[in-house]
Design a protein around this ligand. Structure first.
Ligand SMILES: C[S@@+](CC[C@H](N)C(=O)[O-])C[C@H]1O[C@@H](n2cnc3c(N)ncnc32)[C@H](O)[C@@H]1O
Length: 253
C-alpha cells in the first residue's frame, strides 16, 4: 500500500482531478477550510483549470442570444470570478463591470482580460448580497455562483440585481431542473451538500457552497417575487441539453 501511494505521489497524481494546471488535493483542502472569499483567494491562480469556471460553449450561446436582442450599453457580471463571462460580454457593450468579493479572483480577471477587445472594463470588489451600484445597467448576468447564495439570502440578492437594472433591463443566467434521484449527479450533489453542512457545523468561518440551489422552478418563483417578468429558452448546448437560459425582464420601455 505504502509503495503504491509513493508511486501515485511520484507520478504527480495529486493533480488527477483537474489536470496539471488544476489545484492539488492539499490546496483544495485548505480552500475548503477557509471562508468562501478566502477559499477563492487561494484557488484563484488555478481556478481556470477547474470545471468550476463556466465553460465557453455556454457563454457563447448566451452571447448569441444577446446579439439577437436589443443593444447593451452597460452590463454587470455578478460574481465575475476570473472574468470568463466578461471576456464574452466586453465586445457587445460600451461598459462592462465585473463584481466579485475575492481580491484574488479579481486580480486574475484583470490579468486574463488585459488586451481583450471591447468596451471599457471595470472590476469592482464588493458583495453581491449588498449591491454597491445604483440603477445604471441594461444587462446583469451571473454564472456559476448561485451555490454561494443561501436560500434565505436569495430574495435580497435578487432585489439587489433588480435595483441596478434600468427599466427594460434584463437579468440573464443559466440553470436547470434538478436531476431525478435515478441519476448519479442527484446523489453526488446531495452528498456534497451534506458534507458541507457537517463542515460548517464543525468549523468557522463557513464555506458556503451548495449544489441544486436556484434550480429552474425555484429561480422562476424568486424572479417573480423580486419584480422580474421571467422567460425561459433552451440554452441549446448539446454538451448539457438540460440547461435553460433564463431571462428576468424589468418592466419598462
Ligand atoms: C464558481 S466561481 C464563478 C466565477 C465565474 N462567474 C465563472 O462562471 O467562471 C464563484 C465566484 O463567486 C464569487 N462570490 C461568491 N459569493 C460572492 C458574493 N457574495 N459577492 C461577490 N462575489 C461572490 C467568488 O469569489 C467566485 O469568484
Amino acid at each position: 500500500m505504502g509503495q503504491f501511494m509513493g508511486r501515485v505521489a511520484a507520478a504527480g497524481y495529486q493533480h488527477f482531478m483537474f489536470g496539471p494546471d488544476g489545484p492539488r488535493f492539499r490546496e483544495l483542502f485548505w480552500q475548503a477550510m477557509a471562508s468562501t472569499r478566502g477559499g477563492y483567494d487561494l484557488l484563484a491562480p488555478r481556478f481556470d483549470a477547474t470545471p468550476f469556471r463556466t465553460p465557453d460553449p455556454i457563454l457563447e450561446r448566451v452571447v448569441q442570444h444577446l446579439e439577437a436582442g436589443p443593444p447593451v450599453r452597460a452590463a454587470l457580471d455578478v460574481c465575475c470570478g476570473t472574468g470568463a463571462a466578461l471576456r464574452h460580454l466586453r465586445p457587445l457593450c460600451d461598459v462592462v463591470v465585473g463584481l466579485d468579493f475575492s481580491p484574488g479572483m479579481l486580480a486574475e480577471a484583470a490579468h486574463r482580460l488585459e488586451g481583450t477587445r471591447g468596451g471599457r472594463l471595470e472590476l469592482v470588489r464588493g458583495d453581491a448580497r449588498a449591491m454597491p451600484f445604483g440603477a445604471g445597467f441594461d444587462l446583469a448576468t451571473c454564472f456559476g455562483a448561485f451555490g454561494h447564495i443561501t436560500r434565505p439570502e436569495q430574495p435580497a440578492f435578487l432585489r439587489g440585481i433588480r435595483g441596478v437594472l434600468r427599466p427594460g433591463g434584463r437579468f440573464i443566467f443559466v440553470t436547470a431542473d434538478p436531476p431525478p434521484p435515478t441519476r448519479r449527479s442527484f446523489w453526488m450533489a446531495h452528498g456534497f451538500n451534506a458534507a458541507m453542512r457537517v463542515r460548517n457545523r464543525l468549523f468557522d468561518p463557513p464555506f458556503v457552497m451548495f449544489y441544486l440551489n436556484f434550480t429552474l422552478t425555484e429561480a422562476l418563483g424568486r424572479l417573480v417575487e423580486a419584480g422580474f417578468e421571467p422567460s425561459v429558452a433552451p440554452l441549446g448546448w448539446p454538451g448539457r441539453p438540460e440547461l435553460k437560459l433564463v431571462t428576468g425582464h424589468v418592466p419598462g420601455p
